[in-house]
Design a protein. Structure first.
Lengths: 353, 353
């Protein structure tokens, strides 16, 4: 059934029925959640953190290769990632949806499924939001509230700190490039794929002039990282982290943000930028530079942080050290020792193409 | 200059320059506002309130008679109104904007002017948000955080309580009907009108077959109520208010929400519904029922609350008592004593037209 035939009130009832868990209310200090003018809750004793992110159809997501489930999951994750980048734990979600009247109810249900999966994964509760309608493109927006004992800002880096990044970068960007090149039937297979454990078939890529196959299971981590990224968490290292950001617009662009806010420079050893074998394999297959994807690809949702290197060594942090914070100089150094300027290249809305 | 030529980073810088007031940071317990992954602030000691609202072009606003200044102001107001309906005071705004690449910079500046005016009026600070781009319709979304010593829920009404509403209802809906019927040159005059003190010229209305004039200053309160509604505040009555809601979708629909949540009925005396003379005059001129506009018009942003009538009388609340909460029965009674069913009629997204 189309949403236009269901009506706002019944949709709100459905959301309320689905996401209001009375057992959670007491534990979390929720006085009132969905269903009043505003949510009310007892404040935490720690510092409060609030972040918000909007996803606009055709700009931030493309329904030809993104399922509503993926979208719901990702919308929560990207906000949780922002809270994590402040050293925080996410507690509450506020969800705003603007869908078209002719949108099918199944879209709405699957989107909620994705949101619910993420809430469960991060131990959060949905306690408010807004429902609007759209004439053209759909828009989803989320606000996440969290808290931390020690807020970590972008501005705390000092010359001499090591620069660390969790896991690998470039996977999500490479996954997106694969999806863009994928034949419709393969896109459909990927859209139905909701669980990382489930195997993927061979996928068909097309470059306009011909078709080729790629092993679905080999590129699974890349597709997963784009479609339903899990937010990272380095709270065990919090006492020692001097600055942090989540990599959403590209590793170099986000590193430059740390430098800008901290009033420093940075030196990056290109051969230390962590990349996955899957990404190297797939980028090679589609003729893209893996390093390019890793340093400016965007949507990694990895955490980029700084820490005194002696502390990092002592703690055995387990994340790649890609360079160090400098007084002023911003450079990259390749394997042969060649230096180049470190440039803030990455994605920006309204940006020059 | 178009936003697409300016770029996201410069727009963000502009927002940050404009809305980051270092003197406010200390006073409000802001640790970090705009410019990090999330905003961080010291929690209040009182109950926290959070609300969010999205406005989608073509659905929630029409740029042919709404200026960007009005839009910015209203977006903040409607959220502040939700916080007020919980008995709260608003502190922080998070603002999300999705505009088109070919949107003129002036639109952005004027929108920010409207937001700034509202922030000043309500004593709030903008401490975060998100900037996205849109292919078609623009979307603006806001999250407002406030606090209260006593959260007032929709669910607290009891049989016997009086039903009160601040000021008058129907003004905003009537203002919207006037704007819809207004000739383009009059719409332009209204769009340039940013200050209530400034007089308005005669306005030209058109019904398709002909034109007529209406005194701009006489209908000024109606246009103002639609274009830039001020949020109401009844915090001086808080200790005695048993339930509250802000009237956004229509007086009767929102009263029914109080009844639904409180498990009660309500009786409304139609001749007690407060209406302004301007609204009665203008609705008559355009052939609409003033009572109809007042009970189901929507976007009033008045506060509808319940309170024991003896307390209200003793305090001299200064707001219209339109009826009382009943055990179960939901009825309206007109001047001649005729009863009819109280129906939840008002605006809903995705609703049957």
């Amino acid at each position: 059934m189309q949403l236009g035939m269901i009506g706002e009130l019944r949709l709100l009832e459905e959301i309320r029925r689905r996401f209001s868990d009375p057992s959670q209310k007491r534990d979390r200090g929720i006085i009132v959640g969905i269903g009043d003018d505003a949510a009310a809750f007892t404040p935490p004793l720690e510092t409060m953190l609030v972040t918000t992110d909007m996803m606009h159809e055709g700009v931030d997501f493309d329904l030809s290769y993104t399922s509503p489930f993926h979208l719901g999951f990702k919308l929560v994750s990207v906000n949780v990632s922002d809270i994590a980048a402040m050293g925080g734990r996410s507690s509450f979600l506020f969800l705003t949806m603007s869908m078209k009247g002719d949108t099918d109810e199944i879209f709405f249900t699957k989107f909620c499924d994705g949101v619910a999966r993420a809430l469960q994964q991060y131990g959060m509760a949905l306690i408010g939001g807004d429902l609007s309608s759209a004439r053209n493109d759909m828009v989803f927006s989320a606000t996440v509230i969290g808290n931390t004992g020690k807020p970590v800002l972008r501005s705390g880096a000092s010359a001499g700190d090591g620069v660390y990044v969790t896991y690998v970068t470039g996977d999500a960007a490479c996954g997106l490039e694969l999806l863009k090149r994928m034949a419709p039937e393969s896109r459909e297979a990927v859209k139905k794929w909701l669980d990382y454990e489930v195997p993927l078939p061979d996928l068909i890529l097309t470059d306009g002039s011909g078709f080729s196959k790629i092993d679905g299971n080999r590129v699974k981590p890349l597709l997963a990282r784009h479609l339903m990224p899990a937010a990272r968490d380095v709270r065990d290292l919090l006492p020692h982290i001097t600055s942090m950001i989540d990599v959403s617009d590209g590793l170099f662009m986000d590193l430059c943000r740390i430098c800008d806010e901290s009033g420093t420079g940075a030196k990056v050893y290109l051969d230390k930028v962590p990349m996955s074998d899957s990404m190297k394999f797939a980028s090679d297959r589609i003729g893209l530079s893996s390093l390019e994807l890793a340093v400016s690809g965007g949507e990694d949702y990895e955490l980029l942080f700084t820490m005194p290197p002696d502390v990092a060594e002592r703690l055995d942090v387990g994340h790649a050290c890609i360079g160090e914070i400098t007084e002023k100089e911003r450079i990259t150094i390749d394997k042969s020792g060649r230096k180049a300027a470190l440039k803030a290249e990455g994605y920006q809305h309204f940006g020059p193409a």
